[in-house]
Design a protein around this ligand. Structure first.
Ligand code: SGN
Ligand code: CA
Length: 522
């Protein structure tokens, strides 16, 4: 039987939800990795690796919260994506166009807004914005890309300290220590725990070196893409597994490569040099025999050019997934801590990554292109009592929506100059978007020199994608329903004349709405 005071409390909460929400602003734990492809998250349901590789801890967020199936970045590269997350604005507005930019930290960010509203704020791990974090009560960041082994961390006083171990574990250790040692545990927090993994050069932790030892992982259908029926600039980029994979840096060989198709010398594995002799021994124990088998087969003339690419693909995908195994384990550690510390109920937990990645699709690794594999971003969010467990919202969302979502969740007003939109109405309505939700997203890539990917910008709706390549003044148009692997641009197909015209109008409209300056990207 219910006692009177409990009934009364229920009533008070029911009539005054707003006041109650204000009083209990949620904590926000933002777990962000680097280059984590949707194809390597089991909960996304389209993983060709699912039989051999799962992400049970990340998947837990999907079971207990929301997984957004149409989640995109605004600019598919590290620094720009992070600047979009912090500001809620597109690259041309926040000023961080490519990885050579430096973040203008005098501008408002979600951390500054939440800090001013009483939140305790911290960022730990990969930052990669050129300038030091501003607006965080605590930060401890990797210099630039950081290292997998025995990583250095820049401290708030400007000094750099080295820590022995594996970077993904250390970032989590530091995240947990910050949570445990907060001075005022009544203050809500924004904690950004940001991994280096699974960024190139995909160095696994010692405990994962022997994963996938006796199996071959499936290849994507488009590993040997010939780039027909699309702009010829696709052939000019330098991100193929067949021709742009370093013998040392990407494949971990110590000596120079033998003469064979696509074996590229020139960049040794500098991570190996950071290891202790003991760590090096484990590493060589795992890779030595594998390398030798490959070298023997090559010398015996047993491998065709295609088979060499297939071998490189196995080397790549196994290491990539091994680094994600550590990320997933560390997500598990954080979730377990929230449970133990009684924080799970009032903490929004997000798992995302600055952008997805090619896992051999179209023959590639890396990102940058507006094609699906690098336009997407994983986005999973758990908020007990607010978000219905297991929902899979279909709304088109972008990284510019994160900052307004956090402000909204904290009960703060969203400044008018923020270009993204709060996801709260979707989250609170079982994943259903309001009637006036956007039906297309805008994408921008500046075309910096690394990997030679041409500048382009475009628009994606639920079904179609258009983008413009300013340097060759070409359009590309894809029908994702008919051609999910984006193998044929239909911009010149008469059957698509109407769609093409309509998508060009949308492109012009969205550029206008987001105030993209004429002549950008160039
Ligand atoms: C490095 C990588 C590239 C990667 C960029 C950007 N090369 O330059 O493969 O595209 O970072 O990545 S490496 O030889 O240094 O590994 S990002 O995630 O920081 O944008
Ligand atoms: Ca990245």
């Amino acid at each position: 039987m219910r006692t009177f005071p409990t009934c009364l409390a229920t009533l008070v909460l029911a009539v005054a939800p707003l006041a109650a929400e204000k009083a209990r602003q949620p904590n926000i734990l933002f777990i962000f990795s680097d280059d984590h492809a949707l194809q390597a998250i089991t909960a996304y349901g389209n993983s060709r690796y699912a039989k051999h590789f799962q992400t049970p801890n990340i998947d837990r967020l999907a079971k207990q919260g929301a997984l957004f199936v149409n989640s995109f970045c605004a600019n598919s590269i590290c620094g720009p994506s992070r600047a979009c997350v912090l500001t809620g604005k597109h690259s041309h507005v926040n000023g961080f166009l490519d990885n050579s930019s430096r973040f203008d930290s005098s501008q408002p960010t979600v951390a500054k807004y939440l800090g001013a509203a009483g939140y305790e704020t911290a960022v730990i791990g990969k930052w990669h914005l050129g300038t030091d974090p501003v607006g965080f009560d605590h930060w401890e960041i990797l210099p630039g890309q950081g290292s997998y082994w025995n990583p250095d961390f820049i401290q708030m006083d400007g000094t750099t300290e080295r820590f022995e171990g594996y970077v993904t574990d250390i970032i989590t250790d530091k995240t947990l220590a910050w949570l445990e040692n907060r001075a005022d545990k009544d203050r809500p927090f924004l904690l950004m725990s940001q991994h280096k993994a699974p960024h190139r050069n995909w160095m696994p932790a010692e405990r994962h070196l022997m994963m996938f030892e006796d199996i071959d992982l499936p290849e994507p259908e488009t590993l040997f893409d010939d780039y027909a029926n699309r702009s010829q600039v696709l052939k000019k980029q330098a991100m193929t597994i067949s021709d742009h994979f370093y013998w040392g840096w990407d494949m971990f060989f110590h000596d120079a490569p033998p003469a064979a198709a696509g074996l590229m010398d020139g960049l040794p594995n500098s991570e190996y040099g950071r290891m202790t002799p003991l760590q090096q021994r484990s590493f060589d124990f795992a890779y030595g025999p594998r390398q030798q088998r490959f070298l023997d087969d090559l010398a015996a003339g047993k491998l065709s050019d295609k088979e060499i690419t297939s071998w490189k693909y196995q080397r790549y995908i196994k290491n990539y997934l091994r680094t994600i195994r550590a990320v997933d384990e560390n997500v598990g550690r954080l979730l377990a801590y929230l449970d133990e510390a009684g924080l799970a109920e009032n903490t929004i937990v997000i798992y995302s990554s600055d952008q997805s990645f090619y896992l051999g699709e179209k023959g590639w690794y890396d990102k940058r292109w507006m094609f699906e594999e690098s336009l997407t971003m994983p986005f999973l969010l758990r908020w007990p009592g607010v978000v219905k467990p297991g929902i899979r919202p279909a709304a088109l969302i972008q990284n510019i929506d994160y900052a307004p979502t956090f402000l909204d969740a904290a009960g703060l007003e969203i400044p008018a100059d923020i270009q993204g939109r709060s996801l709260l109405p979707i989250l609170k309505n079982e994943g259903k978007a309001p009637a006036d939700w956007r039906d297309s997203i805008y994408y921008f890539y500046s075309g910096e020199g690394v990997h030679q990917v041409a500048a382009h910008d475009g628009v994606r709706t639920g079904r179609h994608k258009i983008f413009h390549l300013p340097r060759t003044d070409e359009w590309q148009l894809f029908d994702l329903a008919e051609d999910p692997n984006e193998q044929r641009s239909v911009h010149a197909d008469p059957a698509y004349a109407e769609v093409f015209a309509e998508m060009k109008t949308r492109y012009k409209d969205l550029r206008g709405r987001y105030k993209v300056p004429e002549g950008l990207p160039k």
